[in-house]
Design a protein around this ligand. Structure first.
Ligand code: SF4
Length: 351
């Protein structure tokens, strides 16, 4: 897939846009008064694969937490600022690597220009982030909402460009999939600033997973999008796991082995759900990073054939299982040895 060629913008050391891999951003959810917990969350997000972390900065003491976070977590940090442009100025002084402003609540030209001049002086970038929730009116359809988001953003960009500030990323997030897709498509046709993709307020785990996968996935497969942030009403590490799955499913990044497993049917005589869960945990603990495709299939009749695109796999009978490689059966083993055999094969190859 051809990726839209945008400018390259940095968040600290992290480069995005212009052909760089699509990046993953996280947002901290712990209240800033719980500093130890906040640092623990940031460490976990880095461990999961976040490449930049955003922190809501609502007042001076929030901005001052940055030094504590940076001591423990070597990632670029972005200050998320709404309403109070002075908070943005303070966050820049504290050393944040990028600043996010919302054109729908910090819009006075002199204030926006002051933040841009300061960001330029400190050599950091800015995300212009429009969220559909910031509009005071309702829209008749997703396209009308998308156009309003792009228009709000375009006006803001003019203000920033007037002070020769160009280190800009843009996000246009609707809480519905279609307005998000339309807004980003329209923007990408007219501008070459990198896009941060997300569907905002996408909902609980299942609903949010579907909306994020469709919204971000549709745009990414069109070549639009340079950094993604998945939003879920769930623990923050799930957002990183889902972001990685989306990028890996589209073949844009490779983070490690992928499991494919069948949905089972009445031919299946084992508890495949439990087996897959157990194997997935063991695989995560084994720290294998090769981008292998591993199949776990519920029967020997159709399993190896159905999983012929897998590198390796197992197909289960009533008491035994067949281990197969590239669609051909290598050996038979007892059911309780399958996970061990597969892990051995993944790590050391099959003999
Ligand atoms: S692999 Fe076998 S058990 Fe699984 S869905 Fe296909 S036919 Fe059914």
């Amino acid at each position: 897939m051809n990726r839209a060629k945008t400018r390259v913008v940095r968040i600290g050391k992290l480069k995005l846009g212009g052909g760089n891999p699509v990046r993953i951003k996280a947002m901290l959810k712990t209240p800033t008064r719980e500093v130890k917990k906040l640092i623990k969350e940031a460490c976990q997000l880095k461990q999961e694969g976040a490449e930049a972390i955003r922190l809501a900065v609502r007042e001076e003491k929030d901005a001052r937490i940055l030094s504590l976070l940076k001591k423990e977590v070597d990632l670029p940090f972005v200050a998320d600022v709404h309403f109070h442009y002075q908070c943005a100025l303070l966050a820049i002084e504290q050393g944040f690597d990028a600043i996010r402003l919302n054109p729908l609540n910090i819009y006075k030209k002199n204030q926006v220009k002051e933040v841009a001049r300061k960001a330029k002086a400190y050599g950091i970038s800015m995300r212009v982030g429009v969220n559909s929730g910031g509009f005071k009116r309702k829209f008749n359809n997703p396209l009308a909402q998308a156009k309003a988001m792009v228009s709000a953003c375009a006006g803001y960009l003019k203000v920033l460009e007037a002070v020769e500030f160009f280190d800009i990323m843009v996000s246009l997030k609707g809480s519905d999939v279609m307005s998000t897709i339309w807004a980003n498509r329209l923007f990408a046709q007219k501008f070459n600033y990198p896009l941060h993709l997300g569907v905002t307020a996408s909902g609980p785990f299942l609903e949010g997973t579907v909306k994020s996968s469709i919204g971000l996935g549709s745009l990414l497969q069109e070549g639009i999008g340079d950094i993604i942030r998945v939003s879920l009403t769930a623990a923050s590490f799930w957002e990183i796991r889902l972001a990685k799955e989306i990028l890996q499913a589209l073949g844009l990044r490779a983070f490690g082995p992928q499991i494919i497993s069948c949905p089972t049917c009445s031919r299946c005589e084992v508890n495949l759900i439990d087996i897959v869960d157990k194997f997935k945990k063991e695989l995560q603990n084994s720290n294998v990073k090769q981008p292998l495709t591993i199949a776990l299939m519920g029967c020997v009749v159709n399993g190896p054939g159905e999983a012929s695109q897998a590198d390796i796999g197992a197909a289960f009978g009533k008491t035994r299982a067949a281990i197969f490689k590239d669609g051909k059966i290598l050996k038979q083993t007892s059911q309780n040895k399958v996970i061990e055999e597969l892990l051995k094969g993944v790590k050391h190859g099959f003999k």
